[in-house]
Design a protein around this ligand. Structure first.
Ligand SMILES: Nc1ncnc2c1ncn2[C@@H]1O[C@H](COP(=O)(O)OP(=O)(O)OP(=O)(O)O)[C@@H](O)[C@H]1O
Ligand SMILES: [Zn+2]
Length: 651
């Protein structure tokens, strides 16, 4: 097809906006500058931290504390002095970056790390009708997607996956993976011992040798109890007695491997028990208390024995009470708190040992506990290159060749990159489908309304605004209307009495608002800055399942295809979707999805030639082809050679 301009001309004439000057952003700015882009604007709200320096190569030690956007600009101007780079040390959600601001750009390139900002930029790009190239990386995985209003799906056309959570019983009774032991150690045991005492906790099983009243909390230290004695009692209780109690329920273990109880005396030699695990006893009072340091364990990458884990457990518990008494009762697990990581690693390993699960090093355990996926500079560089390739296609309006590209951890058929044709817009997406056209009566067609199930007699307006409109719908400064009555509005420019009125409404129950929200009420919610408006039909419901519906509200009515799957050497894996990268920072949203409305892929593959091509892919970027499994298990062939036709389905 005829391109609108040569790549060189398109690049020279372009005015681009980059959002984020972190891991991807540094690589991207360098690649843009070296590819001939001359007018680049960068927004980043952050300042440089020491931990950025290993991969954000435009920054040096001396830049720590300075604006990322400004330092990145200065660094690139050193080797490309004649181009224009305009930095903004600001949040992209600020009102200065409104639709008018976005309209000046030919393309927007995201190098962000959170869902919230990505959704905001998506909406502004839609409103300003500026194409968006979106990206993300997680370790070795990465992706670049292209979003052009009306042509491809928007960033929000597909619901994002919910952050990983585990059933309570897996954590409390039947762990089968190391991560289950970490969650137990961190969210139950650590929280119980060092966090808020009043929380409910499944660990609170009475110990058989606890002869005080049945209400006694075994985790409370008895007045006459020494710290060594207390630490050993807790150990025996959680790893010994609790496991024995669980084993009594034969049903649970019918089809499962039985755990074995571990008591201090089993895990440690007699003399170490006497010393409460602490054999060396050399402590440096100046340093942060560390059980590893007290025990002379130096290598965080080494997998400790059960005995060493037991020593670390007892020592760390003691150190918290001895050296950080003020923290006890207020602690929340923090991956940067060395003693907390030591305690959680040891506790998770002892539990893993009991359940026959392989033990892990402190370094690995810290990664799991802190949801850390170590960033890989090379992935960021590859992704930045792909962003520029897609940006050039966008600038040339080379729509036929747009690709979403996935960077895989394990090459599929020797290919590290997997290009996929972009999907069409999802017609029920509440973000981009608002005014797709007009019906026969020239009324604009609005998207399917969302449905909110809520107890209108108990829920306050504030909860709907915070949990649904801001958190789930990602609105920043929403206003809420029933018919033409405004019941809530956010923003700095409100009159005092207006603001006071809305504040009063926030604390009212829905059904008691001046314009009541009851069953079948239709709300219109609107974000002025994002130029996003959607309607919500309210359905009253009395009861909600506390575990499955903890918000006491369910938002539905927006459907989209689930994650696609790829096959690699017969193994099925999920393609990292534009959302899955968000899982890392735990910000994925959980809008309920109605099943069965997935769009079908284009055409049916009939030609043997194409089938052969699918089976024998050549290099990426030239004439590549892949066999991909769609989520309804049909085989789909993707190819890059226009002669071979568009995306097809194998029968
Ligand atoms: N709302 C926002 N407005 C502007 N910039 C943002 C916004 N949200 C995130 N960013 C920027 O996006 C960049 C993302 O980069 P990256 O994923 O490498 O994160 P990082 O904070 O630099 O590193 P890490 O999180 O791994 O320590 C960061 O520089 C961050 O400041
Ligand atoms: Zn959409």
């Amino acid at each position: 097809m005829a391109a609108a301009a040569s790549s060189e001309d398109a690049v020279k004439a372009a005015k681009v906006l980059m959002v984020g000057a972190g891991g991807i952003g540094c690589e991207l700015l360098k690649t843009l500058a070296l590819s001939g882009f001359c007018d680049i604007h960068i927004i980043d709200l952050d300042t440089i931290e020491v931990s950025n320096l290993n991969r954000q190569f435009l920054f040096r030690q001396s830049h720590v504390g300075q604006s990322k956007a400004k330092v990145a600009r200065d660094a690139v101007l050193k080797f490309r002095p004649n181009i224009s780079i305009t930095p903004y040390h600001a949040n992209v959600k600020d009102a200065q970056f409104n639709v008018e601001f976005f309209k000046q750009f030919n393309v927007v390139l995201n190098g962000l790390d959170n869902l919230d900002a990505r959704r905001h930029v998506n909406r502004l790009c839609l409103a300003a009708e500026v194409p968006l190239v979106e990206s993300g990386t997680t370790g070795f995985l990465g992706q670049v997607t292209v979003h052009v209003k009306g042509k491809t799906e928007c960033y929000e056309c597909q619901p994002k996956p919910v952050p990983k959570s585990y059933p309570v019983c897996t954590i409390t009774s039947t762990p089968s993976k190391f991560v289950h032991c970490i969650v137990w150690a961190k969210d139950l045991l650590f929280a119980k011992l060092f966090g808020d005492k009043n929380q409910d906790n499944d660990l609170n099983v009475r110990s058989k040798d606890d002869d005080s009243s049945s209400k006694a909390d075994v985790f409370e230290r008895n007045l006459e109890e020494g710290l060594d004695q207390y630490a050993q009692r807790i150990y025996d209780h959680v790893f010994g007695y609790n496991i024995e109690a669980a084993l009594a329920n034969e049903e649970t273990w019918k089809n499962r491997r039985r755990p074995h109880p571990i008591y201090v005396r089993d895990a440690l030699p007699e003399d170490a028990v006497e010393l409460n695990g602490c054999s060396r006893g050399s402590k440096n009072e100046e340093q942060e208390p560390s059980a590893m340091a007290s025990l002379g364990l130096r290598n965080p990458q080494e997998i400790w024995s059960l005995a060493d884990n037991s020593k670390v457990f007892l020592e760390a518990l003691k150190l918290f009470f001895e050296k950080r008494p003020k923290d006890v009762g207020n602690l929340i697990f923090d991956k940067d708190d060395q003693l907390a990581v030591e305690f959680v690693t040891a506790a998770a390993n002892i539990r893993a040992s009991s359940f026959g699960i392989p033990l892990h090093s402190l370094f690995e355990a810290k990664g799991v506990a802190g949801n850390i996926v170590h960033a890989v500079a090379t992935t960021n560089a590859i992704i930045a290159g792909l962003i520029v390739i897609e940006a050039i296609k966008v600038l040339k309006d080379d729509y036929q060749n747009y690709r979403m590209t996935y960077c895989l951890e394990h090459p599929t058929r020797k290919m590290l990159l997997m290009p996929v044709e972009p999907f069409e817009p999802n017609k029920s997406c509440y973000v981009c489908s608002e005014f797709l056209g007009a019906d026969v009566n020239q009324n604009s067609i609005s998207q399917t309304p969302l449905v909110l199930e809520v107890n209108t007699k108990k829920t306050k307006l504030r909860e709907v605004i915070d949990k649904v409109i801001k958190s789930k719908l990602g609105m920043n400064l929403p206003s809420v209307m029933i018919g033409s009555t405004l019941i809530f509005e956010d923003g700095d420019d409100l009159e005092e009495d207006e603001a006071a009125n809305y504040a009063l409404n926030l604390d009212k129950v829905l059904a008691e608002l001046p314009a009541p929200i009851v069953n079948d009420t239709k709300l219109t919610v609107d974000d002025f800055l994002q130029e996003l408006k959607c309607s919500i039909n309210v359905k009253h419901r009395d009861e909600f399942d506390e575990e499955k519906e903890p918000d006491g509200m369910v938002l539905a009515g927006w459907s989209g295809p689930a994650d696609k799957q790829i096959t690699s050497n017969g193994e099925k894996r999920s393609i990292p979707s534009s959302s899955s990268v968000d899982d890392v920072d735990g910000t994925a949203e959980d809008i309920s999805v109605k099943p069965g409305t997935k769009r079908k892929l284009n055409e049916i593959l009939e030609s043997n030639e194409n089938f052969d091509a699918a089976q024998n892919p050549t290099e990426v970027g030239s004439s590549s082809a892949q066999v991909v499994e769609d989520d309804d298990d049909d085989l789909v062939m993707l190819d890059e050679d226009p002669k071979l036709g568009k995306r097809k389905r194998l029968q």
